[in-house]
Design a protein around this ligand. Structure first.
Ligand SMILES: [Zn+2]
Length: 412
């Protein structure tokens, strides 16, 4: 079926996963201790030989703030001449977070993305349009390395100029679209302006990530485009898009590549490790990276472990719920705590795709659509989130559109 590569890591058995995890964690801890001043100081007084995947919670966390302080390469574990590229992690304030890569790290990233391609059935016969940026933010490159490796027809178009994007899709017969999760809706809108039905575009598969998107939005995108969507997680600190896992083909959640990353979910307040089914912050330990493998890195992502058992799809890697949001996106209002994705879930249930949440002393939700919906939406907000925001209906085309990550929450 996929003649150009076979990636066996997807279907590792549980015993194999456990053995690889143990071995790679031991090697990684030794590597960071010997080669990074940053980790030598952090692990001072800890007997690293005693740390196993089961006892990893005895190690301290690594935080984004620490990585900022380590700018430019203070947390790197390799000499500069071994570094082949850097990428940068998101964040709007202070020093940037720089993630260095060795050749082996780039290969590892590509391998993980190839697992995604294999599960999604993407082959050399596909025409792949890559719309995330090719720059310090890692998006474009992650898709590119894998698409190039399988000799697919790659269109490294990057973000912007949606009309041109649509033209290319038609003219080159694009079958796979790689994008941020909010971009397909913008493409659909522009296509309709051009008199093209989005379902007439040749796109069959979409790999969407970089921001949370609800099941309702997914349903809508799939209907509009008559295409199948896949949720692709990944963060620069762990190597980039597609690095940490990929969505289960049966949509049971995200399968996280445990032979490369140890995944924990913690209570963001106490730091305590949570059980399956308990929502918290995702913590990653990279056990197959070289330049700067991060140990117990607090990602800020909010999710929960769905299952540690073998999935019906045959994959035995741990299953995480699709990422709901980031800890710093949480909105606390009138005693209620919620995420922008909770709002999206309600609004997309009414077919609303364009909205904005204003958070100040009051919460105000603006959406494009019929004002007759306000009463129903208001009832849902009270019932499902426990808030009673002012809700404003606006005419179509009033709110800002996004070609990258959508900025839907405005704090005023
Ligand atoms: Zn599965």
């Amino acid at each position: 079926m996929h003649p150009f590569y076979v990636n066996n890591g997807i279907y590792l058995r549980r015993e194999e996963i456990e053995e690889i995890k143990r071995k790679r964690l031991r090697n990684t801890l030794k590597h960071v201790y010997e080669n990074s001043e940053f980790y030598r100081r952090k692990f001072d007084g800890i007997d690293l030989d005693k740390i196993t995947p089961e006892t990893i919670s005895k190690l301290p966390f690594t935080t984004k703030q620490e990585l900022r302080s380590a700018y430019p390469l203070k947390a790197s574990c390799v000499p500069k001449e071994k570094i082949v590229r850097i990428h940068m992690s998101g964040g709007t304030t202070g020093e940037p977070v720089i993630i260095p890569y060795t050749r082996k790290d780039v290969e590892q990233w590509k391998e993980m993305m190839l697992r995604a391609f294999e599960i999604a059935g993407i082959t050399s016969r596909d025409v792949i349009q890559i719309t995330p940026a090719f720059g310090l933010w890692n998006g474009g490159f992650g898709f590119h390395f894998a698409a190039d490796a399988i000799n697919a027809f790659v269109i490294p178009i990057g973000p912007g100029n949606t009309r041109n994007q649509i033209r290319f899709m038609l003219d080159f017969g694009v079958t796979v679209l790689c994008a941020t999760a909010s971009y397909p809706l913008r493409i659909a809108e522009v296509a309709e302006e051009l008199g093209i039905r989005p379902s007439d575009l040749p796109v069959e598969k979409m790999l969407l990530g970089a921001e949370p998107w609800s099941d309702e939005t997914r349903k809508r995108i799939e209907e509009i485009f008559n295409a199948r969507t896949y949720d692709i997680p990944g963060l620069t600190e762990m190597g980039g898009v597609g690095s940490v896992g990929f969505e289960c083909p049966l949509r049971k959640g995200l399968h996280m590549w445990e032979d490369n990353y140890i995944v924990e979910v913690i209570d963001p307040k106490t730091g305590e490790v949570l059980d399956e089914g308990e929502e918290g912050e995702v913590v990653y330990t990279a056990i197959n990276r070289e330049a700067m493998p991060l140990i117990r890195y607090r990602s800020g992502e909010v999710s929960e472990i769905v299952s540690k058992e073998r999935c019906e799809c045959g994959i035995e890697h741990i299953t995480l719920k699709r990422i709901k949001g980031r800890t710093d996106d949480m909105i606390i209002h009138s005693g209620a705590k919620f995420y922008p994705s909770d709002v999206e879930r309600i609004l997309s249930g009414y077919g609303i795709m364009h909205y904005k949440i204003e958070v100040g002393s009051e919460v105000r939700v603006l959406f494009e659509g019929d004002s007759k919906l306000i009463a129903k939406i208001s009832k849902d907000f009270r019932e499902f989130i426990g808030i009673n925001p002012e809700i404003v209906a606006l005419p179509k085309g009033t709110l800002e559109r996004f070609e990258g990550k959508a900025k839907r929450v405005v704090r005023i």
